[in-house]
Design a protein around this ligand. Structure first.
Ligand code: ADP
Length: 662
């Protein structure tokens, strides 16, 4: 039996923290004062000031920021001066619609759009022309469109997709009832207002629904989302809008359109043959629904009502509202948590209060080391695990190997991790597995060794400050370049300098995605190691896989790399696993299965890394300026080191001593 040491999380443990949390945009001037919380979901304000007057009514509008550009139009925020009402105004220069067919498009758009009134259709207000432009006044959707959300997020969670699709379907049902086909349903035409409500917009390609034989046979729409019958020039019907809706659903869930290829002809061929793949990450309900929508024959395609009745909608959770932060980050949707949400934490870490923590007075550092450490280890410690290095264990694929509930502890652990009951057996294409670890490396073992080594070094050091010579070249080693503590819910995520991503889950299981993303390594406590192709992760592990992917994308987007040490490519080295992490008020300590110890100090981002890539121990110090120096530990013992480094070494030793005594 492993010795499980699970210390109750201190409130701090829940703080989402990356030691190096900065928006990349602030990197060039880290010392710059923080501006009042910017709303990342909006375009920056543009200093423009122009008054537009409606020549017929005399009403005046002040032109504000540019909202976006379209085929013919530039869209600006405009405020009616007498009422302060804000509109999105499409400004179309006459010069851009000089040709009859171009003008016809605008007239058609206005004609079809002006009478529409529905909660999920962009409201057309009015329009006028002056000598230069045509102005179309629309309900403003300040949070841009699903295209912008997709750009920031790449994939959305199923509940989010349900949330948006329900609104699209509601708007689309209304349009179809009014006898209008949209004919260009795509992410960029689903606008999002201040309250995160979706509105179908851009009626530039819309048309009245005609009887089959009278339908125009023109090919219009966005190439990726064109229905087969449109490509076959059989005309566009309501079912063709449904097809596009299926493509939208697929894109939001999978990250790319179903028929996207690098070549348009090939895309059209795939559409005509309905050739697309369903990634393993999709739920079975989502797959089933997509297949029901993307039917080659329009008559076989599900109708909008049938889509709403599908189990994807009826059995899955749909939030009533999404937080605006979900435009750029994965929302915290389940289970409902009245405590501070991830997003509050992220926002605070990025823009708010938490940063003040990072600017502690230097005098604080000069406090007695023992005083600093004593009583401060109040943050979480993950269950102590023991793993064996899994080196070269990958074996030939064993396709379709099934691990049944009774034979595998995976299920129980996943169940524990997700808090859900998992009744199905795990089925996955195992690339490899290993068990019956012999010489297990334990966190306490690593801790004891590191403590001995550092204590010896400190005790041999001369009393006075020293100037050790750093190594010009040394054996490469792997270290943590980014981390995120989300242990109040899921676990601790980290990115290594070899670009692999790992998560040590609260239940003690561990998942690692190496830099090449080919396989996923899943490690069970003290016992077994599984390797799955990334495309065939068993259903029960999908939740953990999503969390890992979330951590990866969060760290990629929001965290700055921890120093100037070279990032190493993944080699044939054994898989590096985080065994344990400990947070104090001042530092984060991490222990790895190869004996590496890393201590990150929050307030000035300095770091100590003790490792033994070959025969000798190396100690790396990454200073405030993020420059790193690597020393032979033996030379430090002889010559001593800077006061800064010494202070941190002593802190690390005290911390290790305290933990070892636990
Ligand atoms: P076009 O018909 O010329 O392609 P669009 O309707 O696509 O023009 O509008 C161009 C851009 O203007 C859009 O991509 C979007 O960024 C912005 N936009 C359009 N309508 C609105 C709206 N109602 N609220 C906010 N922004 C809008």
């Amino acid at each position: 039996m492993e010795s499980a040491c699970y210390i109750q999380s201190h409130p701090y443990a829940g703080n989402l923290q990356g030691a190096d949390i900065y928006r990349t945009s602030t990197l060039s001037s880290p010392a710059a004062p923080r501006t009042p919380k910017p709303d990342m979901t909006r375009a920056p304000q543009q200093p423009t000031c122009k008054i537009i007057t409606d020549p017929c009514t005399g009403r005046t509008y002040s032109k504000g920021r540019l909202l976006g550009k379209g085929g013919f139009a530039r869209c600006y925020e405009m405020t009616e001066i007498s009422t302060n009402k804000i509109y999105a105004v499409k400004v179309i220069p006459h010069s851009r619609v000089a040709k009859p067919h171009q003008r016809e498009k605008i007239v058609n758009e206005i004609e079809l759009h002006r009478d529409l009134s529905h909660k999920h259709v962009v409201k057309f207000s009015h329009y006028f022309e002056d000598a230069e432009n045509i102005y179309i006044f629309l309900e403003i959707c300040s949070r841009k469109s699903l295209a912008h959300i997709w750009k920031a997020r790449h994939t959305l969670l199923e509940p989010e997709v349900r949330y948006y699709l329900k609104q699209i379907i509601s708007g689309l049902k209304y349009l179809h009832l009014k006898g209008i086909l949209h004919r260009d349903l795509k992410l960029g035409n689903f606008f999002i207002n201040e309250n995160m409500e979706l509105k179908v917009g851009d009626f530039g390609l819309a048309a009245r629904l005609e009887p089959l034989e009278q339908r125009k046979k023109t090919i219009c729409g966005t190439p990726n989302y064109l229905a087969p019958e449109v490509l076959y020039r059989q005309g566009h019907g309501p079912e063709s809008d449904v097809w596009s809706l299926g493509c939208v659903m697929y894109t939001l869930l999978c990250g790319t359109p179903p028929f996207e290829t690098s070549d348009l002809k090939e895309t059209y061929r795939c559409i005509k043959q309905v050739k697309f793949t369903l990634p393993a990450c999709l739920s079975s309900a989502a797959r089933h629904l997509i297949v029901g929508i993307l039917k080659r024959s329009p008559s076989e395609r599900l109708t909008l009502d049938q889509i709403l009745e599908h189990e994807f909608f009826t059995k899955g959770y749909t939030p009533d509202k999404l937080p605006p932060s979900s435009c750029v980050m994965v929302p915290d949707l389940h289970p409902p948590n009245p405590a501070r949400s991830l997003f509050t934490k992220v926002a605070k870490s990025l823009f708010g209060k938490n940063k003040s923590k990072a600017k502690k007075a230097p005098s604080e550092e000069k406090e007695e080391i023992s005083k600093l450490v004593t009583g401060l280890v109040k943050t979480s410690i993950c269950r102590q695990l023991s793993y064996k290095t899994v080196d070269g264990n990958e074996v030939a694929p064993v396709a379709g190997l099934a691990l049944t509930a009774s034979s595998s502890p995976v299920e129980a652990l996943t169940e524990e991790a997700s808090g859900k009951s998992v009744s199905r057996s795990i089925r996955g294409s195992l690339v490899g597995s290993s068990d019956a670890f012999e010489d297990c490396v334990t966190a306490s073992g690593v801790m004891e060794t590191a403590l001995d080594v550092l204590k010896n070094c400190l005790s041999s050091m001369p009393k006075e400050e020293g100037k050790p010579t750093c190594l010009a070249r040394h054996e490469p080693f792997v270290w943590v370049s980014k981390w995120v503590d989300y242990s109040n819910k899921y676990g601790f995520g980290y990115q290594l300098s070899n670009r692999s991503i790992g998560v040590l889950f609260n239940n003690g299981t561990h998942m690692v995605l190496p830099a090449n993303h080919r396989n996923v390594h899943y490690n069970l406590t003290n016992s077994r190691h599984f390797v799955f192709p990334t495309s065939a992760v068993p259903e029960q592990l999908q939740g953990q896989m999503s969390i890992l992917q979330y951590f990866a994308s969060y760290m990629e987007k929001n965290l700055m790399k921890g120093g100037d040490l070279p990032c190493q490519e993944e080699g044939t080295k054994p898989l590096l696993l985080l065994l344990q992490w400990v947070k104090t008020e001042h530092a984060l300590l991490m222990l790895f299965n190869n004996g590496t110890l890393q201590v990150n100090f929050y307030n000035d981002h300095t770091k100590l890394i003790l490792c033994k890539p070959q025969d000798s121990y190396l100690l790396t110090y990454i200073n405030r300026d993020r420059n790193s120096q690597t020393f032979l530990l033996s030379s430090l013992a002889e010559t001593g080191c800077s006061a800064d480094m010494l202070h941190r070494l002593k802190y690390a030793v005290k911390l290790l001593q305290q933990k070892a005594a636990c």
